[in-house]
Design a protein around this ligand. Structure first.
Ligand SMILES: NC(=O)c1ccc[n+]([C@@H]2O[C@H](COP(=O)([O-])OP(=O)(O)OC[C@H]3O[C@@H](n4cnc5c(N)ncnc54)[C@H](OP(=O)(O)O)[C@@H]3O)[C@@H](O)[C@H]2O)c1
Length: 282
């Protein structure tokens, strides 16, 4: 029988690989801060690291993971929307692998859909990378269910994940239902709503009653909803707290109270279609 190499709970991706349900986000971390934070995260028990070529920190992530057994780590990176043409996807992936100091990533994601480039071309390149063993799983970020449907339609390799903003103030009910039906794992980006959702009265109330932090209540709710989650932190206290999500759970009543929060707020939006991100000149 197959046993997972990971110690933390995992979700089985459509191709059969396991993905630890808690990962460490690295957006907006740079220099020594990213190396130190990723090292702290690995020591705290994270087995899944999320980076991107657009974060410009893959070299620093490499510093932190260099002494870690590669097979014990689930590593994700992403290709920028301006690099979604066939040759550019291949080149971006090669560059990311060089910066990360590895022969493969476990998950390679389209960072944002780009309406100026054919998704067929992008997914053809993903298939080539998959066949070459450079990427073990293919996914996307920030795709609607319609965009997912199109990507699935033209792709030879299954779309394993959709990484989208998800937290109690943006419950993504319809998109989650679609992903469930299609066996696409949803990964919660900005899972703490960049701290804003931690101020919610219901979250604070449950946290106080349970002697847990608001962040733990929010992250645990995301797991209860079947998502994976990738909180980011540069504080060792928060890094430890954010992975201490197992061996306890929210009650049905607590989950229902969070489900019933009426406040809805999106924390991040698609960046402007600048040359730097999309390759579209003004
Ligand atoms: N695919 C995409 O387009 C996309 C978009 C957004 C995000 N993401 C991914 O998702 C990851 C997480 O999202 P994010 O970085 O935007 O924001 P986030 O994880 O929702 O929030 C990070 C903020 O929360 C604070 N924080 C962390 N743990 C805390 C705790 N236990 N208590 C109180 N505050 C806490 C951090 O500050 P401290 O440093 O002080 O802890 C930081 O200010 C990113 O790093 C990235 O990997 C992907």
């Amino acid at each position: 029988m197959y046993t997972s190499v990971y110690s933390t709970p995992t979700v089985t991706l459509v191709g059969g690989d396991e993905m630890p349900v808690v990962g460490f986000g690295t957006w907006d971390l740079s220099g020594q801060a990213v190396t130190d934070s990723v090292r702290t995260a690995l020591q705290a028990g994270y087995e899944h690291i999320d980076t991107a070529e657009g974060y410009e920190n893959e070299t620093e992530v490499r510093e932190a993971i260099t002494d870690h057994d590669r097979e014990d780590l689930f590593l994700t990176t992403k290709v920028l929307p301006k690099h979604l043409n066939y040759n550019a996807v291949i080149e971006s992936c090669e560059n990311s692998l060089n910066r990360l100091g590895t022969d493969y990533v476990d998950l390679y994601l389209v960072h944002w859909p780009n309406p100026a480039i054919s998704i067929r071309e992008t997914m053809d390149a993903m298939d080539t990378l998959h066949e070459r063993g450079m990427i073990r799983n293919v996914g996307v970020c920030n795709f609607s269910s319609h965009q997912l449907r199109a990507a699935q339609h033209v792709s030879d390799v299954p779309v394993a994940t959709n990484q989208v903003e998800f937290h109690p103030w943006l419950p993504q009910t319809d998109l989650r239902a679609y992903c469930d039906r299609e066996d696409i794992a949803l990964i919660a980006a900005a899972p703490l709503g960049r701290t804003r959702v931690l101020a919610d009265d219901v979250i604070r109330d449950i946290a106080d009653a349970r002697a847990r932090s608001p962040a733990q209540v929010v992250l645990r709710w995301e797991l209860e909803k079947g998502a994976a989650t990738i909180p980011k932190s540069s504080s060792s206290e928060h890094i430890g707290e954010n992975v201490d999500l197992f061996g306890w759970e929210l009650t049905d009543e607590e989950i229902a109270r969070i489900d019933d929060i009426e406040h809805e707020e999106r924390i991040y939006w698609m960046t402007d279609m600048s040359d730097d991100t999309y390759g579209i000149p003004e």
